[in-house]
Design a protein around this ligand. Sequence first.
Ligand code: IMP
Ligand code: MG
Length: 176
Amino acid sequence: MAEKISVLLSEEEVDKRISEIGEQITKDYAGKEVHLICVLKGGSFFMCELAKRINLPVSIDFMSVSSYGLDTKSSGVVKIIKDLDDSIKDKHVIVIEDIVDSGRTLSYLLNNLNDRKPASLALCTLLDKPERRVVEVEVDYTGFQIPDKFVVGYGLDYAQKYRTLPYIGIVEITED
Ligand code: IMP
Ligand code: MG
């Protein structure tokens, strides 16, 4: 079995869209400082590109989470592998994700962060697969809505591979 990657969103399309989101955030948070929280590892490529295009004071922090038993319906419990370095109290926080799929991880994470009393809390994702949603999450900024296909690149991996592709590709498994 081998994998073939076909381009879903080109480097140019992704780049242009990230600039648009950067401009939108710059407008929406005018006069404020924004604190970006990257959900590792997938969100890191997107966050770095986006952060450069927000024309406001920006600070960053990182969080790593793993989902317990996503194959069981009762899940939604997430283990924090790496917590934030800094307090988010009274900060304007934007969580940066690579993709919202079932919504389970984000739903847990947003509740957890909300308990820490930020001044505001928003969610920004490069990709969204709305067809896959199990738990409702409110997404404030979306790069692209995509069909229910497994995608890689721009931080997204398939068994830790393909994160560094500069575009978003669909993984196809072939026989040879
Ligand atoms: P969920 O929204 O809780 O189901 O979890 C979303 C997480 O699953 C993402 O942050 C990714 O790490 C992973 N994921 C979901 N769909 C894809 C995909 O198409 N490619 C790579 N990773 C994915
Ligand atoms: Mg992720």
